[in-house]
Design a protein around this ligand. Structure first.
Ligand code: F6R
Length: 612
């Protein structure tokens, strides 16, 4: 949610900043901008509405020389997307420029006071108050002024500031929104996440909440905002593969990421399964006192959006095979409840980005209440991975398409591994452990087989794109998948409205809407609830509703009732979601393409939701 980049060193700052913004564009893409401080100590700022290529075009005709600069790609919170509301924002004199990710909650009152003192505002954003506050309080040191200003700011921020009144540095600060300082040779970089510096450096310092960084060409000093004491920070090496953030011949990241899923499953499971012992080895959990883990009697999974739907699949798996009660909670709800938690409760935060604000807030609340906190996270070094006691990385690689696909499947895979890990310390037999591992091992080939249906799914998208509403239905393990199918369709092909429902709930309301113009997508592998779902299909058919069914190869009789059928290979019931998901992700992607949408960046969305 908003991407920040900064550069100080020997290159033309604008070249790095543009490259970094393109890599960060998934975080927000309604407008963008950059400010560069030239060698002659002049500040030039360029802003543009729309995507980064619009900014790039604009930069062609403008002066942007200089080796110090900050840049931003925006996802609007305060103020509609416009050039005036795009960052960087400046003070009245244009001497100070600020980029910001987060929300300044008390900006209105601060703005009123500043206006009374004669400040002139140019935007409707909350961010602009920071530039004016720095202007008002500046006494020669940018870092001291910013620290002073931050003491009266309420809310969340990742900030980068430059000023011609104190040149030669970028001052950054963080509270609840991510920010990294990346260390090069005679040059340093700032970014919302380290993927922005891939190809430049792999040395990263993660700023923590309450810290302020003073970044120069050759140095980086971190201090506490509260007391100005120096903070010693470790510089970590991160594995950043530039090829992973290219489309590699695919028209869209979304399609590339869906077609990568077989490889992702291999990466998520590599070295983690010991077949002959029916055991799973999760290095990230070995730091824990294993008795503590053995003694947990309840799991709460916290996540948002698609990650929460993976959590629901995990709920079925963990209850059925590990025998532990599980609840799945949305981060945005859990944080405001009064949850009953004790030291025997494990709270698992699931997040691709590891930066989702509501998931983090809930996790911290659970930690405060004494829960054992664990993470299933894709982004290495992210806030959730650092705030949890232990966890498991997905190893799905960078996910750049805003809609989560490969990370979702890898979350289900990690939950299956986690089920075996916990189950084998409880009642799960050696035979069952081995059986699940054998089936997980076959999944990459089975997903390849499922992906071969892509042409059929593309033509189904063309056939069904004229419909305005869809109902997605599933039961048990595939109920969350029905919801995921609906979420993806409305997210990527947003001219269509879709709802995901439990098969059995359909006649408690939604059936009223069914007629020949309201198709239903049935997620019906050949499993323990197949017969029940068959009755639901009959009920839809009796109302002349169209049916697209996703079912197991060999279920030929389904062609008697469904208008269209997509076949998936056979697997263990608990793993069917891994195979039923792919056709639904492809269906949503091709539907979006039918409407000519940018399926990597659907309107109004951002990849990493770092505000509440
Ligand atoms: C939907 C989607 C979102 C995310 C949600 C959580 O396709 O991508 O619903 O799943 O915003 O994000 P993470 O997993 O980064 O916490």
């Amino acid at each position: 949610m908003c991407g920040i980049a900064g550069y100080i060193g020997k290159r033309q700052a604008s070249e790095f900043l543009l490259d970094a913004l393109k890599k960060l564009e998934y975080r927000g893409y309604d407008s963008s901008g950059m400010a560069v401080l030239s060698e002659e100590n002049t500040l030039n700022c360029v802003r543009s509405i729309g995507r980064i290529n619009a900014l790039e075009e604009k930069l062609k005709g403008m002066k942007s020389n200089g080796s110090i600069g900050i840049a931003h790609t925006r996802w609007a919170t305060h103020g509609y997307p416009s050039e005036a509301n795009a960052h960087p924002h400046s003070d009245c004199s244009g001497n100070i420029f600020v980029v910001h990710n987060g929300i300044i909650e008390n900006y209105k009152i601060l703005k009123e006071d500043l206006i009374k003192n004669g400040h002139k505002f140019q935007s409707n954003t909350d961010t602009e108050v920071i530039a004016h506050l720095i202007e008002e309080r500046f006494k020669g040191s940018l870092e001291q002024t910013l620290a002073d200003v931050l003491k009266c700011i309420e809310g969340a921020y990742a900030l980068a500031v430059i000023s011609k009144n104190d040149p030669g540095k970028i001052v950054v600060a963080k509270k609840s929104s991510p920010l990294v300082i990346c260390i090069g040779k005679n040059e340093n970089f700032i970014a919302s996440d380290s993927s922005a510096v891939a190809g430049y450096t792999d040395k990263v310092i993660y700023l923590d909440d309450g810290e302020l960084g003073i970044v120069t060409k050759d140095d980086c000093k971190i201090v506490s905002i509260a007391n100005n004491n120096k903070v010693h920070k470790e510089c970590c090496s991160v594995d950043l593969d530039v090829s992973e953030i290219r489309k590699n011949g695919y028209e869209h990241f979304l399609l590339k990421e869906i077609f990568e899923i077989p490889e992702v499953v291999k990466n998520s499971t590599r070295g983690r399964m010991i077949l002959d012992q029916g055991l799973v080895k999760l290095g990230g959990l070995e730091v824990l006192d294993q008795d503590k883990l053995r003694n947990i009697n309840r799991i709460i999974i916290i996540a948002c959006g698609t990650a929460s739907l993976a959590g629901f699949v995990g709920e079925y798996m963990l209850e059925e095979y590990a025998g532990i009660p599980v609840e799945v909670e949305l981060g945005s709800e859990f944080r405001y409840r009064k949850p009953i938690i004790d030291s025997k409760t494990a709270v698992i935060a699931i997040s691709q980005s590891g930066e989702t604000a509501d998931t983090i807030a809930s996790l911290l609340e659970a930690k405060r209440k004494g829960a054992l906190t664990l993470g299933i996270v894709n982004t290495v070094g992210s806030t959730i991975s650092r705030e949890t006691e232990a966890g498991v990385y997905n190893h799905a690689g960078p996910e750049l398409s805003v809609a989560s696909t490969k990370a979702f499947v890898s979350q289900i895979i990690v939950l299956a591994l986690f089920t075996i890990y916990l189950g084998r310390t409880r009642d799960m037999s050696l035979v069952m452990g081995k059986r699940i591992i054998e089936e997980i091992d076959k999944l990459p080939c089975l997903i390849e087989e499922t992906l071969k249906n892509h042409e059929q799914i593309k033509s189904l998208a063309a056939k069904y794109s004229k419909y305005k509403n869809f109902l997605f239905l599933g039961r048990k393990y595939n109920y969350p998948i029905a919801r995921e199918g609906a979420l993806k369709l409305k997210e990527i092909a947003y001219h269509i409205h879709a709802e995901g429902y439990a098969g059995g709930e359909m006649k408690h309301g939604p059936i009223a809407m069914i007629d020949e113009n309201f198709p239903s997508v049935f997620v019906v592998p050949n499993d323990s609830v197949y017969e029940k779902m068959w009755s639901n299909m009959e009920e839809i058919k009796a109302r002349r509703g169209k049916i697209i069914a996703i079912t197991t190869k060999g279920n030929k009789n389904i062609e008697d009732i469904a208008d269209d059928v997509i076949y998936i290979p056979k697997t263990l019931e608990m793993l069917t979601p891994v195979l039923t998901t792919t056709p639904l992700h492809l269906f949503a992607a091709y539907m979006g393409m039918e409407f000519g949408f940018d399926i990597d960046k659907p309107r109004n969305l951002a990849k990493s939701v770092t505000v509440e």
